[in-house]
Design a protein around this ligand. Structure first.
Ligand code: SUD
Ligand code: ADP
Length: 283
């Protein structure tokens, strides 16, 4: 008998703002950022196996099997829970890698939540988020599944309710190295912390933008073109650039003009991730 399959979404995120407050002793930077999800992402399919083997069947051109965050997440959860079951995994990957929309972190979180469900581990969200943090700074927000104001390196999360516009996301065909941006001497790393809650409107700056725009002409070009229609912003350390619109029709109209020369997609912003909406529907 073939094992039942479960398919779950793995959404993208945007950083609606990103301030860099300083550098910690371990070299990591203290941030303040707002994460919001997109109703757009990968789909991961899981089927339980009873021999304990963890296998991702979809090949990634640049990521070896055991380095894939999906496999790393599954192995850590198996080890730490002592579970004797294994898993077969397939992914339909549509999110660009290294684009600042968090595909790898989201895949890790979807794996943690999917396996917690299928292996019937009963772990709570705190425990899954703590394990997720050991895989990457952005994993916890995907585990929690609610738009959030994040502090520290992104692990201290306060739920927030930003507007949920339609976004046009442009995907410059260049991968930006997060490490390279954080080590640039010209990076602003002394923005004063925002102490007021909720975060006052107008704090939409991304401190990485000037450095990324200077180093990557493709990103600069996308910012300039989108900036003719709406406020054009950078997500994370790039390379993706996005702007909000009040309706899908307006986002589609600008998309039709810009995607003649650039790659991009239109998606709705959402404060509850589509992964969590799907998991809720399973209960
Ligand atoms: C800054 C964000 C905002 O979402 O950028 P994006 O990755 O989404 O673009 C993330 O928190 C990125 O977190 P994460 O994805 O874990 O970063 P990594 O790729 O592991 O970081 C690579 C390197 O960047 C530097 N780094 C990263 C995060 C941070 N808060 N301070 C840092 O100084 C460190 O040198 C680290 O070794
Ligand atoms: N399942 C995965 N999906 C995407 N990237 C992955 C995955 N597993 C490992 N990676 C590695 O993580 C890097 C960052 O990926 P990603 O999270 O998509 O970018 P970003 O953090 O810029 O949004 C990739 O360049 C890739 O080398």
């Amino acid at each position: 008998m073939t094992a039942p399959r479960l398919t779950l979404p793995s959404p993208a995120k945007l950083n609606l703002m990103l301030h860099i407050l300083g550098r910690r002793e371990d070299g990591y930077h203290e941030l303040q950022t707002i994460f919001q999800f997109l109703d757009y992402g990968d789909e991961i399919t899981f089927a339980v196996r009873d021999d304990g083997v963890i296998r991702l069947h979809t090949e990634f051109a640049d990521v070896p099997h055991d380095s894939n965050l999906i496999v790393k997440a599954a192995k850590k959860l198996q080890e730490q829970s002592g579970c004797s079951l294994g898993i077969d995994i397939w992914i339909e990957k549509i999110l660009p890698m290294g684009g600042g929309i968090g595909g790898g972190s989201s895949n890790a979180a979807t794996t943690l939540l999917g396996l917690n469900h299928l292996w019937q581990l009963g772990w709570d969200e705190d425990r899954l988020a703590a394990l997720g943090l050991t895989l990457g700074a952005d994993v916890p927000v995907f585990v929690r599944g609610h738009a959030a104001f994040a502090e520290g390196v992104g692990e201290k999360l306060t739920p927030v309710e930003p507007e949920e516009p339609w976004y046009l996301v442009l995907v410059p065909q260049v991968s930006v190295s997060t490490a390279e941006i954080f080590s640039d001497p010209l990076l602003t790393r002394n923005t004063p912390p925002i102490k007021v809650r909720p975060v006052p409107k107008g704090n939409s700056r991304n401190d990485c933008l000037p450095v990324v725009a200077r180093r990557y002409p493709e990103v600069r070009n996308a910012l300039n073109l989108l900036g003719k229609f709406t406020e054009a912003k950078l997500t994370g350390t790039g390379s993706c650039v996005f702007g909000g619109f009040p309706s899908k029709a307006e986002a589609d109209k600008v998309s039709a003009l810009l995607t003649e020369t650039l790659t991009g997609f239109v998606a709705k912003g959402s404060n509850v991730s589509m992964l969590h909406r799907k998991l809720q529907s399973l209960l």
